[in-house]
Write a protein that binds this ligand. Sequence first.
Ligand SMILES: Cc1ncc(COP(=O)(O)O)c(C=O)c1O
Length: 422
Amino acid sequence: MSSLIARDRAVVWHPYTQAGFGAEPLAVVGAQGSALMLEDGRSILDGISSWWCCLHGHGHPALIKAAHEQFQKLDHVLFAGVTHEPAVRLAERLCEVVPHGFQRAFYTDNGSAAIEVAIKLAVQAWRHRGEKRVRVVALEGGYHGDTFGAMAAGARGVFSAPFENMLFSVERLSIEGSEADIERCEALCTSGDVACFVFEPLIQGAGGMRCIDPGVIDEYCRRFKAAGIVCIADEVMTGFGRTGELFASSELRVAPDLICLSKGLTSGTLPLAVTLCRDDLYREFISADHSKTFFHGHTYTANPIACAVALASLDLTISDECHASRKRIGEAHARFVDILWECHGVRDARSLGTILAFDVVTSDSGGYTNSFAQNVRDYFIDQGVLLRPLGNVVYFMPPYSFTDDELTQAYTAIEELCVGLN
Ligand SMILES: Cc1ncc(COP(=O)(O)O)c(C=O)c1O
């Protein structure tokens, strides 16, 4: 055991890691482009974009430059009663590029907080309308984060079990949009107590990379919106080109009322999130009455360095070069999916933009915590690729910096695993 890992074991508690068990953490000493450099001298490919956020590869010079320049001008300042150029510029730019016409940005610093803000805005807006609506509707199998409100909106399971009695109850609609779902949706619209509907557009991430027909979400949103129920698109994972389009919501015909963004916003460099809304919702909060203030804020809200990096990252994301990389990776994924369909132990091989996923038939039914996931992670690390299955769902979500050779290395490792399942 390296000295770093030994020291880690003595003082650090890791997320999503069983205390006292599990593999040793990877000791990462550096990262460049698509690769993570380990303390033991190995270099492994970051096949999950460091939890889905690192879009342009590690150590991108344009992002370093933006952070460095901003650091010299203004490092941090509180955001209540204060403003600064990077936050204003980023809000302007996001309102320009995000589909469906948004006009206002509320900053936070992680995806869960962006969801909390969205739910709180919806509930408070209903209060301003004179109704104490608190019911939330969400999709079955969704994931929206680990804080209490976000956790309540997400699917219940081993993650949330200890807190079950503390979570507000949530109505669920399926991602299939059956006739029964539509009937329930209509009943919820007339129930008079639903404040908002929250969903991941096009694909559910932590729920197992499950693709969703945008038409189903449209069917729900059309009804909810007609009833004034606030529709919240959680684009924390899908934003900034992941699904092919710049934003998954462009595939929706019915405009959501709020969009939550984080992860790719700063390309995995600094924590930042934003909840975008329209002026009609913002106007519901304009009042001389203090009780109508939206009392929510985090210390690092709209950190200037994070905003400056987000602006630089956005420029990279909308560039022709990045568009071409996403297209190249998406097409390579689609070709590889055809190969995966030939493997007996593989089910439902699928790809969406730069996301590739498949289910593995395994007798281990432990869900997210099954030993299959840990064994497969170890196998991939030996093959020089960091992949971290969600239970029996293996997925590959590379940064857009992945070269053809790097893609081939990852596909070869995946194919060898899958052939071994036959
Ligand atoms: C769709 C979605 N929403 C929200 C979150 C929560 O984001 P964070 O981990 O930054 O709190 C995640 C994180 O994986 C996510 O995938």
